[in-house]
Design a protein around this ligand. Structure first.
Ligand code: PEP
Ligand code: MG
Length: 579
């Protein structure tokens, strides 16, 4: 059965029915109709084509009056296609022979048709696939296919297949409690959708390039998030094998759970702190259950992304206070909002940017939207009365940004004092090191902060100039590049030299392949998605710092990513069998 390979982002295996998000905003469930409704569906199909043709004609006229008849000819393909009797006949015969609804027949036919164009070598014909997609959207709109917001009311457990999913869409789907897993054409290991999936333990494979055009709603899928494989309509032996694999993963998980209450301590007695990364306060419990000793990264922008409106100071305060109540006396590192890049609220007033990751993102956005920033800082500072809160500023790339952010925080504290609020006046303040500029100037940042946390997800993308969300360059995105390793080592050294603690909260921290190396570099605080904590702890408990340092020295001498990975794989296998 067809098997597609992509990037596994969440290590579970799941088998279930697919629901293809046909376009960004439309879904078409598999639907058959009784005999006596076929005539109705055929009439609906004819009306759909008629309406789409009329609409294209009107658009051509409107466009021609503004841009001239030549340019308006881009609608010519649409008009000719919609006027050709053949597609209409073929869709009608799908309705007649399979008893499909008109919407489902259109979606099946159009996907196959689009695939033919996509598979042709010529760039011109591949471009045509976009026109076909456009026609498909138009037809689905006129046939009355359900629209995106109806995803909120999924009735059956499904595996979502889509070209791409935004973090907000994933959150919405997750809330339905019907999401078994997902597979997307786009995305990379550290795109935020992938990170959330890992955090929530949702099996997923991304970067599949064309999965959405190979799967139809109602197909059975296997999602193997560990190996990055999707099987379409598995045969019975594949089903059995994957069910056994799912069971095996469950057993490994159960064995690792036994480590929960043990320290992450090396064999020679060095204790390493393992913290959790969260997007929502409700994940704290999961982190604690997996053995986290605190939260090293609370991505607060998700409070903004999941809400229909901008959360008020009061709403944020309650979220932070509730988080502190769950966490007890353990530390909670609250990162101020990292909006922008791939995290824009659909209802927000975002100007389109050519390079959103290099644009108005994160601390830059906060410093240009001071009302929002101040409201968030007020909420965090007020929450400090309820527990061990620490504030972290993201995407700092120059010292002035840190100074400005700290200045805003000091003003907020003055105001709160005047307003009579209780809070801690010595809240630890830290920065994320996630740009090469910050890594190179870590010593200056270290002098003015209480802690630094390395965000490798962004540090890798900015250092190697590889978009973390782009599947076409995903093979170039790696933490094992010597340039990254040198930067990490330098930041850790600067932290030690200036007495500032250093943690690492990118996905690299939760990848067991890098545990020995990072320990050898001197990292003593790792922060990761809950699901990764047990594996990393297992490795830490199986090594000595002296051995880890030896491994680090060897790794640092390599010139290529491949040598680094091969060597780390061997060393990791030595301590924990075949991962
Ligand atoms: C990072 O960049 O490594 C990080 C932890 O931040 P985010 O993934 O939220 O950008
Ligand atoms: Mg980041």
């Amino acid at each position: 059965m067809p098997l597609k390979r992509g990037i596994g982002v969440s290590s579970g295996v799941v088998i279930g029915d697919a629901l293809v998000l046909e376009t960004e905003e439309t879904r078409v469930p598999r639907r058959s109709v009784p005999n006596d409704q076929i005539k109705h569906e055929l009439e609906l199909l004819n009306r759909t084509f008629d309406s789409a043709r009329v609409e294209v004609g009107q658009e051509r006229e409107r466009f021609a009056s503004r841009a001239g008849a030549d340019l308006a000819d881009i609608f010519g393909f649409h008009e000719r296609w919609l006027g050709d009797p053949k597609p209409l006949q073929e869709i009608a015969s799908l309705i007649e022979s399979n008893h499909y609804s008109a919407a489902y027949a259109i979606s099946i036919f159009m996907r196959r048709y689009r695939r033919r164009f996509q598979e042709m070598g010529s760039p011109f014909l591949q471009e045509r696939a976009k026109d076909v997609l456009d026609i498909e959207r138009r037809l689905l709109h006129h046939v009355g296919a359900e629209t995106r917001h109806e995803l909120e009311s999924l009735e059956q457990p499904v595996i979502i297949v889509a070209h791409d999913l935004t973090p907000s869409q994933l959150i919405m789907l997750e809330r339905t409690k019907r999401l078994l897993g997902f597979a997307t054409d786009a995305g990379g290991t550290t795109s935020h959708t992938a990170i959330i999936a890992a955090g929530l333990g949702i099996p997923a494979v991304v970067g599949l390039e064309d999965i959405a055009s190979h799967v139809s709603s109602g197909d059975t899928l296997v999602i193997d998030g560990l190996h990055g494989v999707v099987v379409i309509n598995p045969d019975s032996s594949q089903r059995e094998n994957y069910a056994a694999e799912a069971e095996h993963l469950q057993e490994v998980r159960a064995t690792l759970e036994e480590l929960r209450d043990l320290k992450a301590e090396t064999k020679d007695g060095t204790v390493i702190e393992l913290l959790g990364n969260i997007e929502f306060p409700l994940e704290i419990k999961d982190c604690m259950e997996k053995g986290a000793t605190g939260i090293g990264l609370f991505r607060t922008e998700f409070l903004f992304l999941e809400s229909q409106h901008q959360p008020t100071e009061e709403e944020q305060f309650r979220a932070y206070r509730d988080a502190l109540e769950t966490i007890g006396d353990r530390p909670l590192v609250i990162r101020t909002m990292d909006l922008g890049g791939d995290k824009c609220h659909p209802s927000g007033n975002w100007e389109p940017e050519k390079n959103p990751f290099l644009g108005l993102r994160s601390i830059r956005y906060s410093l240009q939207n001071l009302t929002m920033f101040r409201a968030q800082l007020r909420a965090i500072v007020r929450a400090s009365a309820y527990g061990d809160v620490r504030v972290m500023f993201p995407l700092i790339s120059r010292i002035m940004e840190l100074r400005q952010a700290k200045f805003v925080m000091s003003l907020v504290m003055e105001d709160l004092e005047q307003d009579g609020y209780e809070f801690k006046s010595d809240i630890p303040v830290g920065v994320m090191i996630e740009t090469p500029a910050a890594a190179i100037c870590a010593r200056e940042l270290a002098r003015e902060t209480d802690f630094m946390s390395i965000g490798t997800n962004d540090l890798i993308q900015y250092t190697l100039a590889v978009d973390r969300t782009n599947e076409r360059v995903a093979q170039l995105y790696t933490p094992a590049d010597p340039s990254i390793l040198r930067l990490l080592r330098g930041v850790m050294r600067d932290g030690r030299r200036y007495g500032t603690s250093v943690s690492l909260c990118g996905e690299m921290a939760g990848d067991p392949l890098f545990t020995i190396l990072l320990t050898g570099m001197g990292l003593r605080t790792f922060s990761m998605s809950a699901g990764n904590i047990p594996r990393v702890k297992k490795i830490i408990r199986s090594i000595t710092v002296a051995d880890a340092e030896k491994v680090m020295r060897r790794v640092i001498s390599f010139e290529t990513e491949r040598e680094v990975l091969n060597y780390l794989r061997d060393e990791t296998r030595k301590v924990w069998g075949d991962l």
